[in-house]
Design a protein around this ligand. Structure first.
Ligand SMILES: *Cc1c(COP(=O)(O)O)cnc(C)c1O
Length: 329
């Protein structure tokens, strides 16, 4: 047997076996989201597109998968003490909800000026919100202090073995349902979703080419991928707030380097056009970051003609007023 690229990955990094184990662990809790198709999208690209609709996942994004898996893997003692996360975005809500479903207390460190809707959603899922001043306080230091004082386990949004494995379960479901793919397009922030997706795709559809997609203004993952070491950039100005990370993770990057074929970028205008496409043609609400992968296909950034293409729609959490603004603009 020839060794697969996965066999060459270093110890301590997740493998496809971890994705499969995560799928069994989260099966009763995470939704098996639908795989959507669109004749218009197929006609426009010349390919056959399969959209994995994680905008319908619990708490509105794929992040629930990794959060639930990471919490489920804790010891009973650690579960009793609880977990802490810092995020103003989808990871916060995912941790709070996944904790509530497993009777694990959660503390979410959020900026004082986080959108009221997000704070309310996090509290609604049972999370204890600790507010900090993002201009004068260091959220990581607060997280460390809380984890020491209260024995909480810190669960990061992407650079964690169990988080990566959990995120990979969306692509596992996609390929099980759609069949083998020629190509898979996945958005990239810190790279947890892409790394997990790549593990699943290479195992279940070995000839599938895998592409990460980033906002043009924040192409740190593309720079890292092409230079071979992690590149850090200033906070990018883009409407894709879930991909405003300034560098990929130390655990996600080696997996991406080993398994991904290339990194692509799309503009904010292409994200807006894609949001409109989703509303008009497919009748679904997708947040800007969730449009990255589809935007690469619909704008011909990567040719899809004659190909079976998997596209991860990563989330649907967009403020209705902001959505209206994007669609009107
Ligand atoms: C977190 C997030 C991303 C980026 O995921 P990473 O694992 O950090 O690369 C993309 N889209 C949405 C909707 C997210 O919440």
């Amino acid at each position: 047997m020839t060794p697969s690229p996965q066999d060459t990955l270093a110890a301590g990094l997740p493998t496809y076996d971890d994705v499969a184990a995560a799928a069994a662990r989260i099966g009763g809790a995470a939704f098996r989201t639908p795989v959507l198709t669109s004749r218009t999208a197929d006609e426009r690209t010349g390919g056959t597109l399969f959209f994995k609709a994680e905008n319908f996942q619990r708490a509105g994004a794929f992040k629930f998968r990794g959060a639930y898996n990471a919490i489920a893997r804790l010891s009973d003692d650690a579960k009793r003490r609880g977990v802490v996360a810092f995020s103003s975005g989808n990871h916060a809500q995912a941790i709070a909800y996944a904790g509530q479903l497993q009777d694990v207390p959660t503390v979410i460190i959020m900026p004082k000026d986080a959108p009221a809707m997000k704070v309310a959603a996090t509290r609604g899922y049972g999370g204890e919100v600790v507010a900090y001043d993002r201009y004068t306080e260091d959220r990581e230091a607060i997280g460390r202090r809380l984890s020491q004082e209260r024995g909480l386990t810190l669960i990061p949004p992407y650079d964690h073995e169990d988080v990566i494995a959990g995120q990979g379960t969306a692509t596992k479901e996609l390929i099980e349902e759609a069949g083998p793919l020629d190509m898979l397009l996945v958005c990239v922030g810190g790279g947890g979703l892409l790394a997990g997706s790549a593990l699943a795709a290479k195992a279940l559809s070995p000839d599938c080419r895998i592409y990460g997609v980033e906002p043009e203004a924040g192409n740190d993952a593309q720079q890292s991928f092409r230079s071979g070491s992690i590149v850090r950039i200033p906070v990018p100005v883009t409407i894709a707030d879930g991909a405003q990370t300034t560098y990929v993770g130390g655990k996600t990057f080696p997996i991406i380097q080993a398994l991904v074929d290339d990194m692509l970028t799309v503009s904010d205008q292409q994200l807006v056009d894609t949001m409109r496409f989703f509303v008009e043609r497919m009748k679904i609400v997708v947040e800007p970051t969730g449009c990255l992968a589809a935007a690469a296909a619909l704008n011909g950034i990567v040719p899809c003609r004659g190909k079976r293409v998997g596209i991860i729609i990563s989330g649907g959490n967009v403020d209705p007023k902001a959505l209206a603004g994007f669609l009107a603009g």
